[in-house]
Design a protein around this ligand. Structure first.
Ligand code: 26W
Length: 819
């Protein structure tokens, strides 16, 4: 692939940027200043492609996607942009000539972390694939002043530190004040009748905020296509008028200023947990209203002001229910501002909107109290009421006299607005994110909707971008793959199956294992620098990195480490290959049990890592501040991928795919996309354990199971559990982990004991680990397994996922950009 970057020109630009940005010569510049200067220099080239892309989209009037998401977990842009511009060698050489190392410069960039976990990172992978495949798309989101908090571990506890990612300025963004628009909150609805007697709705007495977009370029791989991530900042509508003697005006001006300041202040750090905060509802409406207003205006400009066929050129994809206000806001714009009738507006809305569900966890469901919703968004609430009234009529027509159906399916019910129901009713497509997940939606969670409107439902199994998670994250393996089978895998991942030719070739095996070893050395070095712990790169790196949540069962993992440790202590000559158990996870700031689990992991690490008697056979490492940038190093170095959620709970998972691509074996339950990973790689190349989703669901229907029986019958498990309450890992405070103990055995709280079937799956998990212990010691067998994992990962590229969305939902037009 040829780049448009010219070395001499780039060098000149960097020197010039350092001068004009910082009044410095290049030899005086700090790495952070060089990072800024390089980024601005590349942005210059990117902007040419960006402009060309938009010219082409306009010229061909191509159908465009608006991916609506409260989260975009982008990770660093510089390294990725360099790769997608195919300018790796050029930039590296120029920097070397100027006396800087590219890796050091890349490390200066803060991680733009405008997301929590899976859902936000999926959005980022999708943008990469859309640009690379040449599909016109906007990501629409919020420019949070503070992104996902940085995690500090102090005395084993998590402390949250604000993520001030904009502190030094973010070089890739562009403020687009000319696209600013007004978003209105509160007040009341006005109705006027025109001469024909038709009612027109408006708003009065409201407060408003000025939404100002910042655009970030999304560079396609080697194709000159640059799409846009448009994130919205909030500013006061007009700086208030100090001359005003009117007390009411003054008050209102101050309030509006505060509203603007608060709205985009911070990302809510909850993952899979709905907290019902008023400010979050404001955030949702804020970015949806701004995004839809601009989308409609843009469409109108290109189509003589006529919106009636908008669905031919525009698709709105709602990333979970967080943006589902889009349904009502589009209706508002089309009726109140474009003067369409309800019927005409509804046709357009339901031909433009589509919804992706990302979780079946009941506590994640967004339900807003009517009081709050209608006070904050009176006009939108009125529209939702009307959508609901008409939908309930439809239910009655389909199921006459069936009041239970209405109770189960209505959008407004029991004093609350059910956002998932709004999203489903207002969309032409509803999809889950893995086969099993979509099946569970159809058969259980959304059964009534599936029965009434089966044609809307479809599956889109998630994917990841190999550009970031192999090409950028693992250059050694990426180069090796390219040497073996050409670089076609970069834009066509299924090509990677050609590696199957090499999985039993001794020389290739050795090369592959040697690369894994070097990546483990890289991670060991990171761990030494950040944790001060020595880990042996020859040990098995067994890794669980993801958000901390009970359903993801980090607790199962650490209890099992405690179990193995006890075994090693009582049978010192036990046959056990050295293991390094690596964890990385942020807990939501208010999630107490999750935070206690972090403390437990760190306490166990303290005891085990300092016990000389086990000869370093186990090390436990908790990597602080897990995020996209260190994830890239971690995936590349993993031998074992822990994907151990309670079956049925993890909608898909995407970390599982990143591990697989980088040559790790999955130790997992039959949950989410693990099921499809197993299908691709074959049962000899993955280790599966635990209950199936059906079994879990059945137990749940029958009120759970009795963990006390396991406690009583299994002495080793009992010992582990007793160590939670006898001070073994917390001598200063033996009661410290009582809550975790109780959660597994007691019904002291409203929850069932062991809600997530940790003890039920425990011995099966242990067997899985013993199997891995055995497999690893046959290095030929192991190399075959992990190479098969890389070779069979073709399905899990987000390029495939996006192509399926395009073919089956969005029907976008491809553009090609010639410079
Ligand atoms: C309202 C609070 C809240 C916040 C975030 C509720 C739900 C969420 C997200 C939907 C949680 C999430 O990230 N879900 C994950 O989405 C990934 C991408 O589809 C899946 O791979 C994960 O299995 C799923 O947990």
């Amino acid at each position: 692939m040829k780049t448009t970057i010219d070395k001499a020109e780039l060098k000149k630009q960097i020197i010039y940027n350092v001068k004009t940005l910082y009044r410095k010569t290049i030899d005086e510049a700090t790495p952070q200043q060089v990072f800024q200067a390089v980024s601005y220099a590349l942005k210059d080239d990117i902007i040419d492609q960006w402009i060309a892309t938009h010219k082409e989209i306009e010229r061909t009037d191509a159908k465009t996607l608006y991916y609506l998401s409260m989260e975009f977990l982008m990770g660093r842009a510089l390294g990725n942009n360099i790769l997608n511009l195919c300018a790796q060698d050029e930039v590296k050489e120029v920097l070397e000539e100027l006396g800087f190392d590219l890796n050091t410069i890349e490390d200066q960039e803060p991680d733009p972390a405008l997301g929590n976990g899976g859902l936000g990172r999926l959005a980022a992978c999708f943008l990469d694939s859309l640009a690379t495949l040449g599909y016109p798309a906007y990501g629409c989101g919020i420019r949070y002043k503070y992104g996902m908090f940085a995690q500090k571990i102090e005395d084993g506890y998590q402390r949250e530190v604000p993520d001030d990612w904009l502190r030094d300025g973010y070089p890739f963004e562009i403020r687009r004040a000319e696209y600013a628009c007004e978003v209105k909150f509160g007040g009341y609805v006005t109705v006027t009748k025109d001469e024909t007697g038709r009612e027109h709705f408006g708003q009065a007495g409201y407060q408003s905020v000025r939404a100002v977009p910042y655009d970030l370029p999304i560079v396609g791989y080697g194709n000159n296509v640059v799409n846009t991530l448009r994130i919205w900042d909030a500013e006061p509508i007009n700086t208030f008028n100090l001359d005003s003697f009117d007390k009411g005006d003054y008050q209102k001006a101050v309030e509006q200023e505060n509203l603007a300041k608060n709205i985009v202040e911070v990302l809510y750090p909850n993952d899979n947990h709905y907290a019902g905060k008023e400010l979050r509802l404001k955030q949702q409406y804020f970015f949806i209203s701004a995004s839809l207003q601009t989308a409609v205006n843009k469409y109108k400009k290109a189509h003589n002001g006529d919106v009636t066929k908008m669905y031919e050129k525009v698709a709105f994809q709602m990333n979970d229910t967080h943006p589902s206000m889009a349904v009502a806001e589009l209706m508002r714009i089309l009726m109140d501002e474009e003067n369409l009738t309800w019927e005409a507006a509804w046709e357009i809305t339901t031909k433009c909107c589509a919804y992706t569900n990302h979780t079946i966890m009941a506590e994640a469901l967004e339900k807003w109290p009517i009081e709050l919703f209608s006070r904050l968004l009176p006009r939108i609430y009125g529209i939702v009421e009307e959508i609901n009234r008409r939908f309930v009529e439809e239910i009655e027509a389909t199921y006459p006299g069936n009041h239970e159906k209405i109770a189960k399916m209505a959008i407004i019910y029991d004093g609350q607005v059910r956002m998932a129901h709004l999203a489903i009713v207002g969309s032409y497509s509803v999809n889950g994110v893995a086969k099993l997940h979509t099946e569970i939606l159809e058969k259980q969670e959304l059964k009534d909707f599936y029965q009434m409107m089966p044609e809307k439902f479809n599956n889109k199994t998630n994917g990841i971008t190999q550009r970031r998670f192999l090409l950028h994250a693992n250059p050694l393996l990426a180069n090796w793959v390219t040497d073996k089978i050409s670089d076609a895998w970069i834009t066509n991942l299924p090509e990677i199956s050609k590696l199957k030719l090499f999985v039993d070739d001794p020389k290739s095996q050795q090369e592959f294992m040697n690369i894994k070893y070097q990546n483990k050395v890289r991670l060991a070095k990171y761990i030494k620098e950040h944790n001060g712990i020595d880990v042996d790169p020859r040990s098995i790196f067994d890794v669980q990195v993801k958000r901390l949540h009970e359903y993801k069962r980090q607790l199962l993992n650490i209890l099992h480490v405690m179990y193995i440790y006890n075994e090693l202590k009582s049978h010192p000559d036990m046959e056990y290959y050295p293991h390094t158990f690596i964890f990385g996870a942020k807990a939501a700031a208010g999630y107490r049990r999750a935070k206690l689990t972090i403390k437990l992991i760190n306490s166990v690490a303290d005891v085990i890592n300092n016990d000389k008697s086990i000869n370093g056979k186990i090390k436990v490492v908790f990597i602080e501040n897990y995020r996209v940038s260190n994830a890239e190093i971690i995936f590349a170095a993993a031998d074992v991928s822990e994907q151990i959620s309670t079956a049925s709970k993890e909608a898909s998972g995407t970390g599982n795919m990143k591990f697989m691509l980088n040559g790790a074996i999955t130790c997992g339950t039959l949950d989410g996309a693990n099921v499809e990973i197993l299908e691709e790689v074959g049962k000899d190349n993955a280790v599966i354990f635990g209950m199936t989703a059906d079994e879990v669901i059945n137990y749940e229907k029958n009120g759970g199971y009795d963990p006390m029986q396991i406690f009583n019958e299994n002495q080793e498990i009992r010992q582990v559990l007793m160590q939670l309450i006898n001070g073994f890992y917390s001598p200063q405070d033996p009661e410290l982990f009582r809550d975790i103990y109780n959660s597994l055995l007691n019904t002291y709280s409203s929850d069932r004991a062991d809600t997530y079937f940790i003890l039920k799956d425990f011995m099966s998990y242990h067997e899985a680990h013993m199997k891995i212990n055995e497999l690893y010691q046959d290095q030929t067998r192991w190399a075959h397994i992990v190479m098969m994992n890389t070779a069979c990962s073709g399905k899990f590229t987000s390029d495939r996922t996006i192509q399926q969305y395009v073919d089956e939902i969005w029907e976008l037009d491809k553009v090609t950009v010639e410079l």
